[in-house]
Design a protein around this ligand. Structure first.
Ligand SMILES: Cc1cc2nc3c(=O)[nH]c(=O)nc-3n(C[C@H](O)[C@H](O)[C@H](O)COP(=O)(O)OP(=O)(O)OC[C@H]3O[C@@H](n4cnc5c(N)ncnc54)[C@H](O)[C@@H]3O)c2cc1C
Length: 371
């Protein structure tokens, strides 16, 4: 018998959600996380938006898991008192070309069964957000925000209460296929190493998920991750009080990002971002480029007329784990049990970029169906 039934590599929001879900059914689940605590990478460097599921191609995993995950996330947050706010979101069109794109977005949303979205005119925009300038807008009432740290803490608590064992500060360095599953080799913070066996492996390693798949022999070119950074600037007080909803521009058609938008957080802070910067190398570069301030200002000034350049200060950055190539078409989440490739019981989750936070609980359910 293997030491573990299931080993989950990575304690970001996805690994934790999978653990919380599987631990309702399975015993002997391990989570291995290289950092000293959960959610130290992409899961704590994002907009914390509960997306409605508007933009993604029909029947894609992104669309299906976002729409399902959003409902699960609101229910979960109510059940466990995780702070959230279903504040709603406005997609602001500032010229005729953008207005013509709005209808296409509304149809895409309807195809994804996001049916509460509607086009609103200037009067209604003014009523909802008096400080936003737009000719027309799409209004999504079921978009919201969540305290993602509290959410992950609660998932960790659920998992531990169900018997999951978590090894923090332990990095997976090698995985070998055995007759009954996999042998997983770890390196601990003090440099010492050891290995154990597991019948199933779930690769939820975020930015390193392609490397983890390659460790066991799945070194697929199409699944290589490119780091794509998104930077944020803070809207300094007191002007943060002028906005109470999420405000987005009309997105770029290739969906590399959904445009520099206004995000509010549970503490009442407001930030602008993220932009889209493909990194030349896959390095953890979380610097915020102060010289981008003017570009952020110009981009948001179109729909926030009250904005002045000095209202912004550098805030933070996150990195998207993209399997989409720079300039290439959008790519769906890759979530696959790999029996067909000769790796039974090995489940890869690769390219879990946005809306991965929103979709996390639905991803947990989806993965449970595969184990
Ligand atoms: C700028 C930005 C904005 C975003 N905004 C939103 C949003 O508003 N709403 C939304 O729904 N989604 C958003 N997302 C997407 C969301 O943040 C991610 O989809 C989600 O956090 C992915 O979680 P994860 O657990 O897969 O990855 P991660 O959080 O990266 O976790 C992976 C973990 O695996 C660990 N790991 C890696 N390799 C190893 C190894 N060899 N051994 C042990 N551990 C390892 C890492 O240390 C890490 O903790 C955004 C993303 C970005 C970058």
């Amino acid at each position: 018998m293997s030491d573990a039934t299931v080993t989950i590599i990575g304690a970001g929001v996805v690994g934790l959600a999978v653990a919380a879900r599987l631990s309702k059914t399975f015993d002997r689940i391990f989570i291995i996380e290289k950092n000293k605590n959960f959610g130290q990478e992409t899961s704590s460097r994002n907009s914390e938006v509960i997306h409605a599921g508007i933009y993604y191609p029909k029947d894609s995993l992104k669309a299906l898991l976002c729409v399902k995950g959003r409902k699960l996330l609101y229910d979960y947050s109510k059940e466990y008192d995780v702070p959230f706010n279903m504040c709603g979101k406005i997609i602001a069109a500032t010229n005729n070309e953008e207005i013509s794109i709005l209808e296409g977005i509304r149809l895409k949303a309807a195809n994804n069964r996001v049916d509460d979205i509607r086009v609103i005119d200037q009067d209604e925009i003014h009523e909802l957000e008096p400080n936003v300038k737009a000719l027309k807008a799409l209004y999504s009432p079921s978009t919201g925000i969540i305290d993602s740290h509290s959410f992950m803490k609660q998932l960790e608590t659920n998992a531990i209460q169900n018997g999951v064992q978590i090894a923090y500060g332990a990095e997976v360095t090698e995985i070998k296929k055995t007759n009954t599953g996999y042998e997983i080799f770890l390196r601990e913070a003090d440099g010492s190493g050891y290995s154990f066996t597991s019948s199933n492996v779930i690769n939820a390693a975020g930015l390193q998920s392609d490397k983890v798949a390659a460790m066991v022999g799945m070194n697929d070119k199409d699944l290589r991750i490119s780091f794509c950074k998104g930077e944020y600037f803070r809207l300094n007080p007191p002007k943060n009080k002028r906005l109470s909803r999420l405000v987005y521009p009309v997105p770029n058609p290739n969906m590399e990002g959904i445009g520099i938008h206004v995000t509010i957080d549970m503490g009442g802070g407001v930030k602008l971002g993220p932009d889209v910067t493909w990194l030349d190398k896959n390095e953890y570069d979380y610097k915020v480029t102060a010289s981008k301030q003017e570009a952020f200002y110009k981009s948001a000034k179109r729909f926030l007329p009250f904005l002045e350049l000095d209202d912004l200060s550098p805030e933070m950055a996150g990195i998207r784990p993209k399997i989409q190539k720079k300039g290439g078409p959008e790519v769906d989440f890759y979530i696959q049990e790999e029996s067909k490739r000769g790796f039974p019981g090995f489940i890869n989750l690769i390219g879990i970029e946005s809306p991965g936070l929103t979709a996390s609980l639905a991803i947990g359910e989806y993965v449970e169906g595969m184990v």
